[in-house]
Each structure stands twice: as C-alpha cells, then as structure tokens.
Write a protein that binds this ligand. Structure first.
Ligand code: HEM
Length: 222
C-alpha cells in the first residue's frame, strides 16, 4: 500500500493518473457531444431520447459519480503537478521562457484546465441541476437549452470555453500517449494529428450548439 502511495505521489505516477483519467474524460466528451448533437433533431426527437435515458437512471447516477471523481482527481493531480514543477524550476515558469521547445497548447494546459473545471461547476449548477431538480413536471428538455442559449452571455461563455477545450485536448491527447510510454518516431506525429482532429471535432461540435440556439432565438430558421 505504501509503495502504491509512493508511486501515485511520484511525478511519473501523477502523469500516468493524468493520462488515464484524461482519456476517460475525452471518451465522456465524445459521448456527451453525440447526445447533445441530437438537439439538432428538434424538440420531439431530443426530448424522446432524454426520456429514454430515464429508464436507466440508477446506472446513469453511478456513472455520474464516477465521472465526478475522475474530473476532480484529474484537476487536483494536474494542479499539484503544475505546482511541484513550478517549485522545482521557477525560471522555466518565468514569462516568455521556454517558448522555442513548447507549444502554446502545452504552455496553457493549467490555465485552460482550470477554466474548464470552473466552466463545469457552472454548467452543472445551471443545466444539470435544472434537468434533474427544476423541471416541475415538464419534459421539455429541449426548451431548457433553447432558453439558456437565448441569453447572449451564456452563448458567448460556452463558445469561448469550447475554444479552450479544443486547446486543452489538442495537447492532452498526444501527451497522454507519451505519459503511457508510447512514443515512436513514426507514429507520434500521427497521434498528434489524430489529437488535433478530435480537439477540433469536439470544440466545433459543442460550439455549434450555443451558436445555433442563439441564431434561432433571434429569428433565424430552426
Ligand atoms: C454546448 C455544450 C454543452 C451542452 C448543450 C451540454 C448539455 C448538458 C446537459 C443537457 C446535461 C444534463 C444531462 C442530464 O442530466 O440528463 C449535461 C450534463 C453534463 N455535462 Fe454538459 N453540455 C455541454 C458541454 C459540456 C462540456 C464541454 C463538458 C465538459 C467539460 C460537459 C460536462 C457535463 C457533465 C460532466 C455533465 C453531468 C453528467 C451527465 O449528466 O452527463 N458538458 N450537459
């Protein structure tokens, strides 16, 4: 047990935790995007799908708890890793340092990660709470999202955060392969490209939802 603790407290152990939890979170985002893109099928189609998921509510609850723990552990370990690296190499973290051998995506991981976590708390507090405790007998889940994004502040907030999510995943995907020890002269550039494609699909896919609802709220054709 002590050895296991020691391993998870080591820098390599923490990177491994980041990689494994990060891959789970990317998988969640892919499923979440597919679910949310059903909004484009219109109110009836979307509401029917949400109602269908109601039949497996207990399973969803268990998955939500696991997901919450993974999110919290991923953020906590990421911040701890950042703090320890900062203490160990203060000069590397000085402004303008180390720009040649790093990308803007890797340098901004802590800030984009923290913003995504703050977004998540706000997202759950507004949408998840409304869905699960604030429907007052209504089953029009589509309308909740429509009203939410009719507000330009919410639409803009989501749009901006989706750009940060794209930045974060663009680096996270290839970095998790490296942390797992899968680095290869020929395949690593391919992994990087796949990460970029996934990041773009997720960012553009999620961002299209507030843009669409904001557009139809102001008279566009739905
Ligand atoms: C336009 C973008 C998004 C929309 C419209 C959206 C919509 C929703 C909705 C409707 C729920 C409630 C589902 C339910 O309780 O049945 C939900 C939950 C949740 N969302 Fe999002 N979401 C978006 C983006 C995101 C992003 C980018 C993340 C992660 C960074 C995220 C993380 C979560 C989590 C963790 C839950 C709780 C678990 C779940 O119920 O699936 N969402 N979202």
């Amino acid at each position: 047990m002590n050895r296991l603790n020691q391993f998870f407290n080591s820098s390599i152990g923490k990177k491994l935790v980041m990689a494994i939890t990060g891959i789970f979170l990317i998988l969640f985002l892919v499923f979440h995007l597919i679910n949310n893109l059903m909004l484009f099928g219109g109110p009836e189609f979307f509401n029917e799908n949400v109602a269908r998921l109601d039949s497996i509510k207990p399973l969803i609850r268990v998955m939500e708890i696991i997901l919450a723990l993974i999110f919290i552990y991923h953020t906590y370990t990421g911040l701890k890793l950042w703090w320890e690296n900062k203490k160990a190499n203060p000069e590397k973290y000085a402004v303008n340092a180390n720009k040649e051998n790093s990308t803007i995506y890797s340098r901004t991981m802590t800030i984009t990660g923290s913003l995504i976590f703050i977004f998540l708390v706000i997202h759950l507090y507004t949408i998840w709470v409304k869905y699960n405790f604030g429907m007052e007998g209504s089953e029009d889940y589509f309308e909740v999202i429509k009203i939410h994004f009719a507000n330009p502040i919410w639409a803009a907030f989501y749009f901006i955060i989706m750009i940060f999510i794209g930045f974060h995943i663009n680096h996270a995907f290839q970095s998790s392969f490296q942390s797992l020890g899968w680095s290869h002269k020929k395949y690593t550039p391919i992994v990087k490209k796949i990460g970029t494609v996934i990041a773009i699909i997720l960012a553009v896919g999620f961002a299209s939802i507030p843009v669409y609802f904001f557009y139809i709220s102001f008279g566009g054709q739905g």
